[in-house]
Design a protein around this ligand. Structure first.
Ligand SMILES: C[S@@+](CC[C@H](N)C(=O)[O-])C[C@H]1O[C@@H](n2cnc3c(N)ncnc32)[C@H](O)[C@@H]1O
Length: 258
């Protein structure tokens, strides 16, 4: 995301999150425009939010052998690759950004498994997936409760859905999703819903919340701040819940409405 004056020339200056009070005023764009532009460098620099989320979620991923899985707003296919490595029988990633999908489709393992679609209208039959993840996207989607309804439609009874995003408290303290490229600093519009809103929205859609966990950054993320000249921000950053991860279970027909 953003620039800091202390960045040494030649060091990557994009870490996926913009601390408050950054030195250069970023351009603020909508998610469609933002991800078309970020796609080229999205995979190239370490992102502490992504690192923290993966550090938490990887040990919790179930064995997916023989399962059908969905990576919603898959971007460059980060989770889709991992889900397939966990034994998934069929994996599909959807995203509305052609540029993000172009990067995904350069990866041999997922080349044929990504498609362009809007999370608000999923191009799948009912009750087909056993597991889904929607990572760092919900806060970009106006009317995200429709995503919960669409997910409820395409997931099998008892299927598990994982939602992760920037924690609303981090957002309230001024953290933003953004990046920096040769054209300058760019911030992407977002509005992370509160955990309670997400839980209620998914409950109305047909899901039971199993866990919702706030994650703070830790030592493994420290060097990412240092490498981008933002080391001075780290001590304060670790005090703030940075990522929210929610696990849901698709309620069965018998327990729906209860
Ligand atoms: C921060 S990226 C996350 C990508 C990937 N899930 C990851 O964690 O690396 C957010 C992604 O959400 C996608 N996105 C946002 N709103 C969407 C929508 N309504 N339908 C499909 N994709 C959407 C963007 O195009 C972008 O690729």
């Amino acid at each position: 995301m953003s620039a800091s004056r202390s960045v040494a020339p030649g060091l990557p200056d994009t870490i996926g999150l913009e601390p408050p009070g950054a030195s250069q005023e970023p351009v603020v764009v909508g998610p469609r425009q933002g991800y078309e532009r970020w796609a080229a460098s999205y995979d190239q620099y370490p992102n502490p939010l992504i690192a923290r989320e993966e550090r938490y979620l990887m040990p919790l991923l179930p064995d997916l052998t023989g399962k059908d899985v969905l990576d919603l707003a898959c971007g460059t296919g980060r989770w889709l690759q991992k889900l397939l490595q966990r034994g998934a029988r069929l994996g599909v990633g959807i995203d509305y950004s052609a540029a993000m999908l172009r990067v995904a489709s350069r990866k041999a393992a997922i080349r044929a498994q990504v498609a362009r679609a809007d999370c608000l209208q999923l191009p799948f039959r009912a009750s087909v997936f056993d597991f889904a993840i929607c990572s760092f996207a919900l806060s970009h989607i106006q009317g995200w409760k429709q995503v919960a309804r669409e997910l409820a439609r395409v997931m099998k009874p008892d299927a598990v859905v994982v939602i992760s995003d920037l924690h609303p408290e981090a957002y309230a303290r001024g953290w933003r999703t953004g990046f920096r490229d040769s054209r300058g600093a760019c911030q992407i519009e977002m509005l992370p819903p509160a955990a309670e809103e997400i839980i209620l929205g998914f409950y109305s859609g047909g899901f039971e919340c199993l866990t919702h966990v706030p994650l703070c950054l830790g030592d493994p993320e420290k060097q990412m701040f240092g490498a981008t000249g933002k080391g001075h921000f780290f001590a304060e950053a670790v005090q703030v819940p940075a990522v929210l991860v929610c696990h849901f279970r698709r309620r069965c027909y018998e327990d729906r409405g209860s």
